[in-house]
Design a protein around this ligand. Structure first.
Ligand SMILES: Cc1cc2nc3c(=O)[nH]c(=O)nc-3n(C[C@H](O)[C@H](O)[C@H](O)COP(=O)(O)OP(=O)(O)OC[C@H]3O[C@@H](n4cnc5c(N)ncnc54)[C@H](O)[C@@H]3O)c2cc1C
Length: 428
């Protein structure tokens, strides 16, 4: 019997690949014109850019191994760089975080923190690292309270922890879950290679979405684009099929719903109670400067400004920068032109050799980029197996140790597929 998957983001695709790999037939329904969901490519005057500049790290083991299994050459897909980031601030000296080399891990990191910054930074970051490993997840508090308890200076909160919390949890520190943040820190700094930065060299749509589509089709699966699922049919506590917006009906014993939390809530409102955790936006500002303009590093942080993380995308097109602004803020109310002008001003303050304005610019606002990773979020996230027989959940919001990330989405897709296969095998 065919398994139906609703949603062609990275989670639904991961589930589709793993099911196909084990000989299960898959039909995947995606409401948009293309696959990829919140990590997809969009066309900007003939150039494929991403709906949001994404960054992966070496610790994304599930994603990298899935890509490897479907024939990706990860070295071609990603620019892999050792951790080496400067975070600039108008009021403080720049902070440098580098993985270092020549010494065993984590001594190399500690040595670089001490050498590049000062002893107080090293002491404070080491304290957080230790506390992160010991964090009692059951007693969650906000990241802001946790940092206060851990005696972190105003400088480190503003220049390091706040930007890092926004980059990983996309949630302001006063609301963000310290349990999830502590978990992210301890996972990221487990080994030197885990801290590597992986920047997609190709548009995101050319990575997992294209390869997974090919893999699923090659294994006899079908992918239906522009097919919004309107209804999941459930009779006597078990799924029987689904209906798309055109009225087409598909029978199934097993359906995986891998849509974003709000969409899953809407689709399943008559059958399941899913949490309403809210969401936060992410804006990506693309600025096209003359081709000679380059940032000193592929990734640079900024604090005390609207711009948070700057990516030099010259591999995509010389002179192209992508600036990421995570979470809520005053930028949400700014017009496109005002936001572009403000970001360009902040770039010029730091690098006066850049022109006052770029030649061209694009602002992409994802209003519901991620679920809000608030205090106690881990108690609210649902499991992939539901009380309705044959109804399974995937997507980044389903329970896992991570915030809304590609890794969490892939992990959930794969785990849902595995549990579904175990269930099918056990009931044969
Ligand atoms: C701007 C931005 C920047 C980000 N940066 C990073 C980053 O740097 N690193 C990182 O790890 N993560 C990042 N993320 C988070 C990451 O992109 C998401 O966590 C991940 O893509 C979620 O995948 P998903 O498959 O769970 O959900 P989605 O990608 O949302 O996929 C769900 C799919 O379901 C489809 N759908 C919805 N309703 C229906 C329906 N009724 N019928 C059929 N289809 C339907 C949607 O169209 C969508 O394609 C970022 C997200 C955004 C938006």
């Amino acid at each position: 019997m065919t398994t139906l998957i609703v949603g062609g983001g990275w989670s639904g695709l991961a589930a589709g690949v793993r099911l196909s790999q084990q000989g299960h037939k898959v039909h995947l329904f995606e409401s948009a014109r293309q696959l990829g969901g919140r990590a997809r490519s969009v066309d900007w005057q003939g150039l494929a850019v991403d709906n949001g500049q994404h960054l992966m790290i070496g610790a994304y083991r599930q994603t990298l191994s899935l890509l490897n299994d479907i024939g990706a050459d990860n070295a071609r897909l990603f620019h892999r760089l050792p951790l080496n980031i400067d975070i600039h601030d108008p009021d403080y000296p720049s902070l440098r975080i580098a993985a270092g080399f020549g010494l065993p891990w984590p001594l190399s990191l500690a040595w670089r923190l001490w050498r590049d910054n000062d002893g107080s930074c090293l002491a404070q970051i080491s304290r957080i690292n230790l506390l992160a490993r010991r964090f009692q997840a059951a007693q969650d508090i906000s990241v802001a309270s946790w940092l206060t308890q851990a005696d972190q200076s105003h400088r480190l909160v503003r220049q390091l922890w706040e930007p890092l919390c926004l980059a990983t949890l996309n949630t302001p520190i006063k609301e963000a879950s310290a349990a999830v943040f502590a978990r992210v820190l301890s996972t990221t700094f487990r080994a030197r290679s885990d801290t590597d930065l992986l920047i997609p060299r190709l548009p995101l749509g050319e990575t997992l979405p294209r390869l997974a589509e090919h893999y699923i089709r090659q294994h006899g699966g079908q992918i239906h684009l522009q097919s919004r699922v309107e209804n999941i049919e459930i009779e006597a506590g078990r799924v029987t099929g689904l209906v798309t917006q055109t009225g087409a009906r598909f029978d199934a014993d097993n359906i995986i719903v891998a849509t974003p939390l709000a969409a899953s809530r809407a689709l399943l409102s008559n059958h399941l109670s899913l949490p309403d955790c809210g969401s936060f936006p992410i804006a990506t500002v693309y600025l096209q400067y003359p081709s000679s303009c380059r940032l000193p590093a592929p990734v640079t942080g900024m604090s005390g400004s609207l711009s948070q993380w700057l990516f030099d995308r010259h591999e995509l097109r010389p002179g192209l920068l992508a600036v990421v602004i995570s979470g809520p803020g005053e930028h949400e109310k700014m017009t496109k032109d005002a936001l572009l002008a403000q970001v360009a001003r902040e770039i010029r303050q730091q690098w006066p050799q850049f022109p006052a304005m770029p030649e061209d610019g694009l602002v992409i606002r994802e209003k519901r980029a991620t679920f809000a990773c608030n205090v106690d979020i881990q108690r609210q996230r649902p499991n992939n197996r539901t009380e309705i027989t044959g109804l399974w959940l995937a997507g980044d919001f389903v329970a896992n140790p991570y915030p809304a990330t590609l890794e969490g989405a892939v992990l959930n897709g794969e785990q849902t597929a595995m549990k579904l296969m175990d269930h099918v095998n056990a009931s044969r």
